[in-house]
Write a protein that binds this ligand. Structure first.
Ligand code: C2E
Ligand code: CA
Ligand code: CA
Length: 714
C-alpha cells in the first residue's frame, strides 16, 4: 500500500452540488439517477453549506415530510469539510472518529471539490495488508435489525434511524428472506408521493447474498464486489443467521490491520534485541573460566563472592575483596606484542598462587585485572600483610621467552565485607575505586576503600549544596535548540535545554545534574524555574514578533511530585506568554509510570491550550497501544533511531512506521538528533514534519539563538 497519498487522488467530483432552493424530490431523483448516497448543497460562492444524505431521506419518510420541501429546511447544516491536501489515512481516521459516512472535500478557498465515501477508501486501501486469516465472524455485526414483510415503510425508516442501521433484514418466519437498504427507501420515495400506506412489500427488495461465518474478509469483499452489494448475510454451518457484514466493517478491519502492521514492525525490533541480549548472556554463562590463564573469570568471581559473603557473615568473620591491576601493562603489550603480554599474565598468576593460602580465591577479571577473595580475616593487619607479600613477589624481575628481563608492578584496591557493604556489585565498585586511588597516589602499593567513600560522600554533599544555591546565584541558564519545519526549512520552535554555569567546574550538562537534582528533590525548584524562565523569554520573543513555540522538558519525577498544571498556569499568567506557544515534553516512560493521573493532568494542560510532546519516542515500546489515550500534539522520535539512517534497515522501518502512525493519528512528528544531509533527505522523503539537530544548530544561549533566527529571516 502506498502510504502518503493525498485525498485528492480518490476524490469524486463528477456529481455537481445542489442549491439550497432545490427541492427534496429533486435531490432524491438526482441521487437515484447517479447512484450516489449524498448530495452537497453549496452557496453562490460554491462553498458547502449543507449535505443531504440517504439518512436524511429516511428521516423524511419517518417524519412524513413533503417532497416539495426545499433542501434548506432538511439538509444537515454544519458540513464537516476537509482540505484537499489531507493524507488519505488522516482523512480516514477523522471519518472513523466522527462516524461519518462521507467527507466533503474543499480547497484552500473553501470551494467544493467533491465527496469521498467509505467505498472510495476501501477501493484505495485494498486488501494487500489484510492477512487471509482475518475472518468474517470476527468482524461482523451480530446485532441485526430484522423486520417482517408487512411492516410499514414509515416504521422501518424509524427503526433504521433509531438504530443507526442503513439496512434491515426482512424475515419470513424465522428465515431471512431479503434485505432492504436506506437507498431502496430513498428510491421508492423519489418515485411516489404517497407512502403512508406503503409497506416493505411495495419496495423493490434485494436478493440476499449469504456468506459463511468462517469465510475470509477477502472472500466477503470479492462477493460484495461481484454482486454490487454493500452487505452480506452471515450464516453458521447449519445455515442459521448469525450476523451481517457490511462494507463499513471491511474498511475498519483493513485500517486496523494497517495499524497492526506498524505495531508489529516496532515490536519485532524490541523482540530481536531481547533475544540478542539473552544469547549473549548464555554465551557468557557457558564459560566460567578465562581461556588464557585458566583461572575463574569475572562471572565466576561474582558468584563466588556472593557465597563467600554469606558464609563469612554466618561465621561472624570478615571477607576482603581485592582487585589488582598491572601498571604499564598496555606498554608491555604495545612494545613486545600480545603473546609476551599473555606470558606476563601467566607469570603473575603463578606468583599469586604461590603466595595464596588454602581457600583464597583468585580470578582473572579481564585485561590486566585480577581479583582475590580472602575469607576468614581476623584483622585488617592480616590483609595488609598478605598484600605486601604478594605485591613484592609480583614485582620481582621476570625473564621472558624472548630473552627480555621485565620488571612488573601491580597496585591493589581493597574493600571489606560486611564493613563497607554486603552487596557484590557495591563491593566490586568500591574495590575498583580503591584501586584507582592506589594507581593515582601510591603505585605499586594498595589502598583501602574507606577513605575514598567519605571523600565521595563529601563531594556529593558539596555538589548538591552548590546545585541548591544555583538558582539563587543565577547560575542556571536555558539554551535553545531550533526545531525546523522540514517542508519550508523554517525555524518554527525551540527546545529549551537547561545548563548550569558552575562557579568552579564551568558549564555542567543536564545529564549530569538533573539525575542528582532528582535524587535530592532539588528538581522541583529547578523545574519551576525552567518553566518560568522559558515563558519569560518566550514573551520577549513574542513581543519582538518572532512566531515561536517553546518546548520545555518535564521529568518523570516532576510529574510525581509537582503540580505541573498549576506551575504552568502561574508562569503563563506572570509572563503574559501565549499558552498555545508553550509545549511540554514528557518521555514515554514518564507517561507510563502513572498512567491514570497523567491522562487527567494532560487533559488539564490541554484545556489550557498547552501543547504536549512525547520525548525520546520509541525507547519505551510498551506504550504504543496506549498512545491514543493521551491528548498529544507531537511525537519526537528518539535520536537512537535517527543516528544510522538511512542505512540501518530496522531503524528506517521504525522511523517510517512512527511517521505513518503519527500522520494517521493526526500528530506532528519530529526527528531528534539529525546531524547530516542523508538523514534529513530520508526524513523529508518519508514525510516527517520537523527535525532538530546539530545539522541546523547546537543548543544556543538566548542571545545567540535570537541572532540565528534573525539571520534566517533576513
Ligand atoms: P533531551 O530532551 O532528549 O534533549 C535532547 C538532547 O540531545 C540535548 O542534550 C541536545 O543538546 C542533544 N542534541 C540535540 N541535537 C543533537 C545532535 O544532532 N547530535 C547530538 N549528539 N546531540 C544532540 P542536552 O542539552 O545535554 O540535554 C540532555 C537531557 O537532559 C535532555 O534530553 C533532557 O532529558 C534533560 N534536560 C535538559 N534540560 C532539561 C530541563 O530543563 N528539565 C528537565 N527535567 N530535563 C532536562
Ligand atoms: Ca526533550
Ligand atoms: Ca529527546
Amino acid at each position: 500500500m502506498q502510504k502518503d497519498v493525498l485525498i485528492s487522488s480518490i476524490l469524486h467530483n463528477e456529481v455537481k452540488p445542489l442549491k439550497k432552493s432545490d427541492l427534496v424530490g429533486d435531490a432524491l431523483s438526482y441521487m437515484d439517477k447517479n447512484a450516489i448516497s449524498s448530495v452537497v448543497i453549496t452557496d453562490e460562492n460554491n462553498a458547502p453549506i449543507g449535505i443531504f444524505t440517504e439518512r436524511d431521506a429516511l428521516k423524511i419518510v419517518s417524519n412524513a415530510i413533503d417532497c416539495d420541501t426545499q433542501l434548506l429546511e432538511v439538509m444537515t447544516k454544519n458540513v464537516f469539510c476537509i482540505d484537499v491536501d489531507t493524507y488519505i489515512h488522516d482523512a480516514y481516521v477523522l471519518m472513523e472518529q466522527y462516524e461519518y459516512r462521507h467527507l466533503v472535500v474543499v480547497n484552500d478557498k473553501n470551494e467544493y471539490m467533491g465527496v469521498v465515501t467509505e467505498g472510495d477508501f476501501l477501493r484505495y486501501m485494498g486488501f494487500e495488508d489484510v492477512a487471509d486469516a482475518k475472518l468474517v465472524k470476527d468482524n461482523m455485526n451480530k446485532s441485526i435489525l430484522t423486520v417482517m414483510p408487512e411492516t410499514s415503510l414509515i416504521e422501518v425508516a424509524k427503526l433504521m434511524t433509531q438504530k443507526k442501521c442503513d439496512y434491515a433484514v426482512v424475515m419470513s418466519d424465522t428465515k431471512p428472506q431479503s434485505v432492504i437498504h436506506e437507498r431502496d427507501i430513498t428510491k421508492f420515495l423519489s418515485k411516489r408521493t404517497e407512502i403512508d400506506e406503503a409497506s416493505i412489500e411495495d419496495v423493490d427488495q434485494h436478493h440476499m447474498y449469504v456468506i459463511k461465518k468462517d469465510a475470509s474478509l477477502k472472500e466477503a469483499s470479492d462477493m460484495m464486489q461481484q454482486h454490487g452489494v454493500h452487505q452480506l448475510i452471515v450464516v453458521d454451518t447449519a445455515d442459521v443467521l448469525v450476523g451481517l457484514i457490511s462494507r463499513h466493517d471491511l474498511l475498519k478491519a483493513v485500517h486496523r490491520s494497517y495499524f497492526d502492521y506498524l505495531y508489529k514492525t516496532i515490536e519485532a525490533k524490541a523482540q530481536r534485541e531481547k533475544e540478542l541480549i539473552r544469547h549473549k548472556e548464555e554465551l557468557e554463562r557457558l564459560a566460567n573460566y578465562d581461556q588464557l590463564t585458566k583461572l575463574p573469570n569475572r562471572l565466576f568471581f561474582q558468584t563466588y563472592l556472593k557465597k563467600s559473603v554469606a558464609r563469612t557473615i554466618r561465621n561472624k568473620q570478615k571477607v576482603a575483596v581485592i582487585l589488582f591491576g598491572l601498571d604499564r601493562f598496555k606498554d608491555i603489550n604495545d612494545s613486545y606484542g600480545h603473546s609476551i603480554g599473555d606470558e606476563v599474565l601467566n607469570i603473575i598468576k603463578q606468583r599469586f598462587l604461590k603466595r595464596a593460602r588454602e581457600g583464597d580465591f583468585l580470578a582473572r577479571l579481564g585485561g590486566d585485572e585480577f581479583g582475590l577473595i580472602l575469607e576468614n580475616i581476623n584483622s585488617i593487619d592480616d590483609v595488609s600483610n598478605i598484600l605486601k607479600e604478594m605485591l613484592s613477589a609480583i614485582s620481582a624481575t621476570a625473564e621472558l621467552s624472548n630473552g627480555v628481563e621485565l620488571h612488573i608492578e601491580a597496585s591493589a584496591g581493597v574493600t571489606l565485607a560486611p564493613k563497607d557493604s554486603m552487596d557484590v556489585g557495591e563491593l566490586l565498585q568500591y574495590a575498583d575505586s580503591a584501586l584507582n586511588d592506589a594507581k593515582k597516589s601510591h603505585k605499586g602499593y594498595f589502598s583501602y576503600y574507606a577513605n575514598e567513600m567519605t571523600q565521595k560522600a563529601q563531594e556529593k554533599v558539596a555538589f548538591e549544596n552548590a546545585l541548591r544555591n544555583s538558582i539563587k546565584n543565577g547560575e542556571l541558564e536555558l539554551y535553545y535548540q531550533p526545531q525546523v519545519y522540514i517542508k519550508t526549512g523554517k525555524i518554527i520552535s525551540a527546545e529549551a535545554l537547561i545548563r548550569w554555569n558552575h562557579p568552579t567546574n564551568g558549564l555542567v550538562n543536564p545529564t549530569v545534574f538533573i539525575p542528582i537534582s532528582e535524587e535530592s528533590g532539588i528538581i522541583n525548584a529547578i523545574g519551576e524555574w525552567v518553566i518560568h524562565e522559558a515563558c519569560r523569554q518566550g514573551k520577549i520573543w513574542e513581543d519582538a514578533g518572532y512566531n515561536l513555540t517553546i518546548a520545555v522538558n518535564v521529568s518523570a519525577n516532576q510529574l510525581k511530585y509537582q503540580n505541573i498544571p498549576k506551575i504552568v498556569q502561574e508562569a503563563i499568567y506572570e509572563s503574559g506568554y501565549s499558552a498555545n506557544k508553550l509545549e511540554i515534553e514528557l518521555t514515554e516512560s514518564a507517561l507510563m509510570q502513572r498512567e491514570e493521573s497523567v491522562v487527567e493532568m494532560l487533559h488539564l494542560l490541554r484545556a489550557k491550550e498547552i501543547r504536549l510532546a512525547i520525548d525520546d519516542f520509541g525507547t519505551g515500546y510498551s506504550s504504543l497501544s496506549y498512545l491514543k489515550r493521551f491528548p498529544i500534539d507531537i511525537l519526537k522520535i528518539d535520536k537512537s533511531f535517527i543516528d544510522e539512517l538511512p542505512y540501518n534497515k530496522d531503524d528506517a522501518a521504525i522511523t517510517v512506521a512512527v511517521i505513518e502512525m503519527s500522520k494517521a493519528l493526526g500528530y506532528q512528528v519530529l526527528a531528534e538528533g539529525v546531524e547530516n544531509e542523508e538523514q534529513l533527505a530520508f526524513l523529508k522523503e518519508k514525510g516527517c514534519t520537523m527535525y532538530q539537530g546539530y545539522i541546523k544548530s547546537k543548543p544556543l544561549p538566548a542571545k545567540e539563538f535570537e541572532a540565528l533566527i534573525r539571520a534566517c529571516l533576513g
